[in-house]
Design a protein around this ligand. Structure first.
Ligand code: URA
Length: 428
């Protein structure tokens, strides 16, 4: 088949700052997915995008072309409103685990297609796979049945049919230094969420050391771009800008994060995890037209009942013991004082080195590995008190994790001023 365009012309246009016409942009994405446009050409194009940006119209077309590369799911006919959440990724970010069953408790369907961790940020599926028997892969029919029935929430792996252009492009960006381009992040995330067929979406866009976006202004730009893309596609979209300079909660890893999520579902858990879970649930319920206070279903046990049904529906045993580490190492405070800083990135790297995360998509994770945080900013400690417990399956892992933690925290004399997790709310 003869091709209508030449990739070099499309690359030159973006390189020289000219607008890329819609038909050429659509062709570029399609021809790359088919293998006609080579990796070398697409990496030049994505680098030109990183350097010169994209107009809102170009981002919309790019997103649309990525959606068109695969299947489009629909939950029409299940008899419920649908709503979903996406987080741009952080350290200790277990929020999906309590959030999905919490929102489903109010009769709204939550089709939460999730990913695995890569690098220092954790993945929802890796955490849930610590639960004996739990299964991440569901067919579309199984998903629909779970959403329509008395569970109402699904957390599962995205099938290979959803936005295949993004899968190929993301792998290329990962090895060509082009992950950080806002138009590419926005089109990557939103193509998958729009193709998934949710009616509404809340975005948890994180900034700070443990996030993709280190500074708040770039996180805001990403949030605004994604909210516009969602709205242009008919998905009611809201974003919360949230602080990821300190790990969320008191656990970073897999099994330990499941334990903490269950504490939240039992009406307890760390205040920051509860605050963010409830803030995101409020947005999802509002967009689904439900007027309710989601904190009630955490305190009265209804969200926990939904969690148990959700885990059982995917062959997991919610009552089973979770994996425990073979080896532990405790880091203690070297002076009396108050913890003034606990750096999310350093703690994330340390947990990764302990085996909680993976370096390549095909690597296994160690479910019991990770870090328990005994003290966080604002907590008073005495010299010798435990600050962190490192968990691993092999004590040879501790040395490199401890290297990552060398400058991870400060203990001072004056407590830091407490700040809310949610810093801004962005709507269309
Ligand atoms: N997550 C995605 O799905 N895509 C990106 O580009 C970045 C984060």
């Amino acid at each position: 088949m003869s091709e209508p365009f030449d990739a070099v012309d499309v690359i030159r246009a973006k390189r020289d700052g000219a607008p890329v016409p819609e038909d050429q942009l659509r062709w570029m994405v399609d021809a790359y997915t088919r293998g006609y446009v080579a990796d070398a050409q697409m990496s030049a194009f994505t680098m030109a995008i990183l350097l010169n940006g994209m107009s809102r119209d170009e981002i919309r077309v790019m997103t649309d072309a990525m959606i068109a590369s695969g299947e489009r799911m629909s939950f029409a006919g299940i008899g419920k409103r649908t709503t979903d959440k996406h987080s741009t990724g952080g350290v200790g970010d277990k929020i999906t685990l309590p959030l999905a069953p919490l929102v489903a408790t109010y009769g709204v369907a939550v089709p939460q297609l999730s990913g695995r961790g890569l690098g220092h940020t954790g993945g929802t599926l890796d955490k849930l796979e610590s639960i004996p028997g739990w299964r991440a892969a569901l067919t579309n029919d199984e998903m629909r049945a779970q959403l329509a029935g008395d569970v109402g929430a699904v957390i599962c792996a995205a099938g290979t049919g959803l936005a295949p252009a993004d899968k190929k492009l993301y792998a290329l960006r990962d090895v060509t230094g082009t992950v950080e381009a806002i138009p590419l992040i926005a089109s990557s995330i939103m193509s998958k969420k729009i193709a998934e067929g949710t009616e509404s979406l809340v975005l948890d866009v994180k900034f700070g050391s443990g996030a993709f976006m280190k500074d708040e202004s770039r996180a805001r730009e990403l949030a605004e771009t994604m909210v516009a893309l969602g709205s242009d596609s008919g998905v009611d979209t809201t974003a919360l800008l949230t602080d990821m300079s300190t790990p969320l909660g008191r656990t970073v890893g897999n099994a330990n994060e499941v334990r903490e999520s269950v504490e939240v579902l039992a009406g307890g858990g760390p205040a920051d995890v509860v605050e963010l879970t409830v803030a995101l649930a409020r947005e999802m319920l509002r967009m689904a037209g439900v007027d309710a206070d989601p904190s009630e279903a955490l305190s009265d046990g209804r969200a926990m009942d939904t969690w148990r049904r959700m885990i059982r529906a995917q062959d997991g045993d919610p009552e089973a013991a979770l994996p425990t580490p073979r080896e532990t190492h405790v880091v203690t405070a070297d002076r009396d004082g108050v913890v003034t800083r606990m750096d999310a990135f350093d703690v994330g790297i340390a947990a990764w080195r302990l085996g909680a995360g993976r370096a390549r998509a095909s690597d296994p994770v160690v479910h019991a590995a990770g870090i328990d945080l005994h003290a966080k900013p604002g907590d008073r400690v005495a010299a010798g008190d435990p600050l962190l417990t490192l968990n691993a399956d092999d004590d040879a892992r501790f040395a490199r994790a401890l290297d990552a933690l060398a400058g991870a925290y400060d203990i001072g004399d004056t407590a830091p001023v407490p700040a809310p997790i949610v810093r801004a709310r962005i709507t269309a």
